[in-house]
Design a protein around this ligand. Structure first.
Ligand code: PRX
Length: 662
């Protein structure tokens, strides 16, 4: 084994799973995985019916395991079955010996922690569910959650699930405008927010932002405000109430009957960016989603009953939904909810949490790994990391150098690194490296999880042969229980079909490029659509362009990603000004401010490049591949491919010549 070899494609370093992980792993051999995997694809209905019985409580059994169609997309798992996500994640554990077990350990920005047992979560979720009901929330209504990483975020999700309401969590780093758009699109009836958020010692005025959004979101009739900092904020009489006052009212009981819902009733909507237009509200339903998250929590993270599990994501993203709240709680695990940032008070914060809480499974994103790696080994080395067994990565391809650092410095050459590839639309891990039994290849996501049938399609739209090293587009052939069922407010599933099922008829298209090697390991090569993956967060170029174009002096713009050492991808904006407008030296900042206002700080361009014109084909299409090359610093036109369809090739020279940071 050559530890210093750092490939980013097949044929490089391989690490065998260690005995340290294997001696306790749920799955005991690769053969066992293969056998189960085989069953899961040869007879999916029997396989999933067995898993659904093992992992979930059913108030009423289902009528039909699976119905599906990928042409006119329609997917249904366990239809007719009745269950409830909150019952599965909380109530069940009051009677299975976990009543006094820690469900959530909350670690505040200031390094204080608070433990909530399953009984404690039950009481809080029931009280909040009763408060929602008292404010008129019924099954099928939408409740928006715009909260920082406080335990009330988890209670809010579960309270909605308990009464059959559909939640839509909006990342607290999003701006008032982004929140407004999501409130309008989902027609939310209630908004749960906080007075302020606290991250890295800084205050984020959430209520003030919510107030701005609410000016144009009339569907919201009630705003429930969590007092995080307890500073005074504006409260609109008749609309705004304080969370702590509502849940402690004498007439609010700490018992709330469960609403038994259909397996296919929606659990939540989560807005995510795509190639075009506004973010799409991805809809996940009840039973299949919970089954996928529960099962992957058990097998990918290899969680044991006395383990402490820590996922560093924010509940505003799918990773937080599936792997802070639903998956871990469905299997009765102890999950850490961390409010802060990895670098506050210093770059040892994660490792301090691992040591103080005895974390066994740790799950983060490559961007965090890269930035902590840069801070130096003295931070991890100053903490006891010996409790760790499984360390996970998610959000973007992990580069080999970051993988190696994670494995050696954090995992002490003995933990399993699980590189989990999946998406908002997938609900749960789709490709993964199961710990203790699968060898690890730095930068490869690994093998399909049970039931997943990936296929890499080549440029002829044929499945590419494994082991040829041929890059293609990653598609999935067969439905899986936790997959999205559609897009919110999309009559006839038209947009759902167009985005995911039209490029490769009969297949689900992921939007990612990939290579499959001789062992069936899949190596992800990034998005092939106009989505930029910035620090593991998906941002649509169209959304950023719309913000830039809203400036009165901007004629048009084109945004592309470029390789960025820490963020994975950075944002590069090409901007054409209107005729006669002279670029003002502060324009970069003004444009960045607009993007921040419309979307949030994560979408701000790293580079703004004012150009005379964009390279366009005769049919008027912007040739983005050229823009990507220039952004990546490739200025040799030989490497640009065919330019003959451009209206004016000199546009390209002008762009190269004016490139900033040459
Ligand atoms: O491009 C892939 C990348 O993130 C995209 C999904 O983004 P999102 O829906 O926001 O979900 C992120 C968390 C699951 C994918 O299309 N991606 C995610 N995980 C990986 C990855 N790329 C490579 N390796 C991964 N492990």
């Amino acid at each position: 084994m050559n530890e210093h070899h750092t490939p980013s494609s097949p044929g490089g370093a391989v690490y065998e799973p260690t005995e340290y992980v294997h001696e306790k792993s749920w799955l005991t051999s690769l053969e066992q995985y293969q056998e189960l995997y085989q069953q899961s694809v040869e007879d999916p209905e029997t396989f999933w019916a067995e898993q659904a019985k093992e992992f979930l409580y059913w108030e009423k059994p289902w009528d039909k395991v699976l119905e599906w169609d990928f042409d006119d997309p329609h997917i249904s798992w366990f239809a007719g079955g009745k269950t409830n996500v909150a019952y599965n994640c909380v109530d069940r554990h009051l009677h299975d010996g976990r009543r006094n077990k820690a469900a959530i350990i909350w670690e505040s920005d200031e390094r204080k922690s608070k433990v909530y047992t399953y009984q404690g979560v039950y009481n809080r979720v029931c009280r909040l569910a009763n408060v929602l009901k008292a404010h008129g929330v019924k099954k099928g209504d939408v409740v928006a959650i715009y909260l920082p990483m406080v335990p009330e975020a988890v209670f809010s999700m579960l309270a909605c699930a308990r009464i059959g309401a559909i939640h839509t969590v909006v990342f607290s780093g999003f701006s008032a405008t982004a929140l407004r758009d999501r409130l309008q699109a989902s027609q939310a009836k209630v908004l749960i927010t906080a007075d302020n958020g606290v991250r890295g010692g800084r205050i984020n005025p959430l209520k003030a932002q919510a107030d701005e959004a609410l000016l144009e979101a009339p569907s919201v009739k009630t705003v429930i405000v969590v007092g995080r900092t307890r500073q005074e904020v504006d409260m609109m009489p008749g609309r705004d109430v304080y969370y702590h006052e509502e849940v402690s009212r004498d007439d609010i009981s700490s018992h709330c009957d469960v609403e038994w819902v259909d397996a296919e009733d929606p659990l939540f909507i989560l807005y995510t960016s795509g190639s075009t237009g506004k973010p799409k509200g991805i809809v996940h339903t009840t039973a299949g989603y919970l089954l996928g998250t529960a099962m992957t929590s058990k097998y990918t993270f290899d969680i044991r009953d006395d383990d402490v599990y820590f996922c560093t994501a924010d509940v505003g993203w799918i990773t937080g939904h599936s792997y802070i709240t639903y998956g871990p709680m469905a299997i009765g695990a102890t999950s850490i909810v961390f409010e802060g940032v990895p670098t506050y008070p210093d770059a040892g914060r994660f490792w301090d949490i691992v040591a103080r809480h005895g974390v066994n499974q740790f799950y983060t994103a490559p961007t965090a790994i890269r930035s902590l790696m840069r801070s130096g080994d003295e931070f991890p080395n100053a903490h006891d990391l010996s409790s760790l067994r499984v360390i996970g990565s998610v959000g973007e391809p992990i580069n080999p150098a970051a993988w190696e650092w994670y494995y050696h410095v954090i995992g002490h050459d003995r933990c399993s690194v699980v590189d989990t590839w999946w998406q908002t639309e997938g609900g749960a891990h789709m490709l993964t490296t199961i710990p203790g039994i699968m060898k690890m290849k730095p930068s490869a996501a690994g093998l399909p999880f049970f039931g997943m049938q990936p296929v890499v399609m080549n440029s002829e739209k044929e499945p590419s042969e494994a082991a040829t090293g041929e890059e293609g587009r990653l598609c999935i052939k067969f439905p899986w229980p936790s997959m999205a069922r559609g897009i919110w407010d999309d009559p006839g599933n038209a947009r759902f079909k167009e985005v995911y099922f039209s490029q490769y008829p009969g297949l689900y298209f992921s939007g990612d490029a990939a290579v499959c090697d001789e062992d069936g390991y899949i190596w992800l090569k990034g998005r092939v659509d106009d989505v930029i993956n910035v620090s593991g967060h998906r941002i649509g170029t169209a959304e950023i362009e719309a913000s830039l174009n809203s400036h009165p002096e901007v004629a048009e713009s084109a945004v592309v990603g470029f390789p960025h050492e820490i963020k994975g991808e950075g944002i590069y904006a090409y901007v054409v000004l209107k005729d006669g407008v002279d670029p003002d030296p502060g324009l970069d900042q003004i444009l960045a401010g607009l993007v921040r206002k419309n979307i949030g700080p994560i979408a701000k361009p790293d580079v703004t490049h004012i150009v005379n014109e964009l390279p366009k084909t005769r049919s008027g299409k912007i040739m983005r591949r050229i823009l990507r090359k220039v952004a990546a610093g490739i200025t040799d036109k030989e490497q640009y491919g065919d330019l003959s369809t451009l209206v004016d090739e000199t546009v390209v020279d002008q762009i190269i010549d004016t490139r900033p940071h040459k």
